[in-house]
Write a protein that binds this ligand. Sequence first.
Ligand SMILES: [Cu+2]
Length: 169
Amino acid sequence: MKKTLSILALSALPALALAAGSHSGGHDMPTHGMPGHDMSTMSNAASPSGQPGDPTKVTRTIELTMDDTMRFTPDEINVKAGETVRLFIKNTGKILHEMVIGSIGELKAHAAQMQKMPGMKHAEPNMITLGPGQRGGLVWKFDQAGTVDFACLIPGHMEAGMVGKLKVS
Ligand SMILES: [Cu+2]
């Protein structure tokens, strides 16, 4: 019995190291995986911010809007750990906005990069960019209790208060 446990503990170590490493860089780029590396096994590991969800497992849709007053409405959303939700977002403003999910540290690092490269095109599973009047959805699975942040990383918007919180209980 003891032997089985230690083998399990050892096999869990590389996954933990990878999970920790992916956060130290600040800017998570899931596409940076080594060629041939199975990213699907990595994305199954529980993450404090959650992970892209399976659209067939969505249990509810939460609607929110983004506007030119640099606000998300609502800017505080309650979800349950283990829940997969569809965030259905509408940009009711006249300029480009986006919703990016992550820890506040990751979001700030990403925002700093966006400031340096204003024309930077980015598309990742944890975000959606919407033009004026556009709407779109983002499917996300929340892994563990805590607070997950989101923000609009168009230069100047996060600094102007375009942030929100997903409270996972
Ligand atoms: Cu914005």
